[in-house]
Write a protein that binds this ligand. Sequence first.
Ligand code: FES
Ligand code: FES
Length: 158
Amino acid sequence: MSTHSFVLNGKPVSVDCPDDVRLLWVLRDLLGVTGPKYGCGLEVCKACTCHINGKAFNPCAVPVSDIQSTDEVTTIEGLPATVGKDLHPMQEAWLDVDVAQCGYCQPGQIMAAVALVNEAKAAGRSVSDADLDGLRNVCRCGTYPRIRKAIEAAAAQM
Ligand code: FES
Ligand code: FES
């Protein structure tokens, strides 16, 4: 058992658990942050997508011992605060387009979409169709057309 510390949604957190516990279970079971969903545990479905230091990653595949004390982990719960609003523009667009069906994949979809748009903007370009094709988050309800529409709408506001 070791103590693991990092920054979660802007606040320092510490947990005591074995080194090999995956970060997704630290978030969900030890810290009660349940926005990141469990789908596969194999870095395939992307339902657990969060950000680490602003980049998308999958905490189901990361042992907590790989996280440094200075690492900033952001989940869907902390996303609005990254822009100082009640909702992030991506979440506003999601509501405008009425993307969600069952909702299970949606936190991961939104986190992946925000990272994608931020990455494109940092590179000085717009999100392209190829970028959208590269998103690998699985949606069992087939909301993909609405996801694309929402990302395009949000990108104009980000
Ligand atoms: S649960 Fe993390 S990628 Fe599927
Ligand atoms: S909205 Fe149901 S899995 Fe995506």
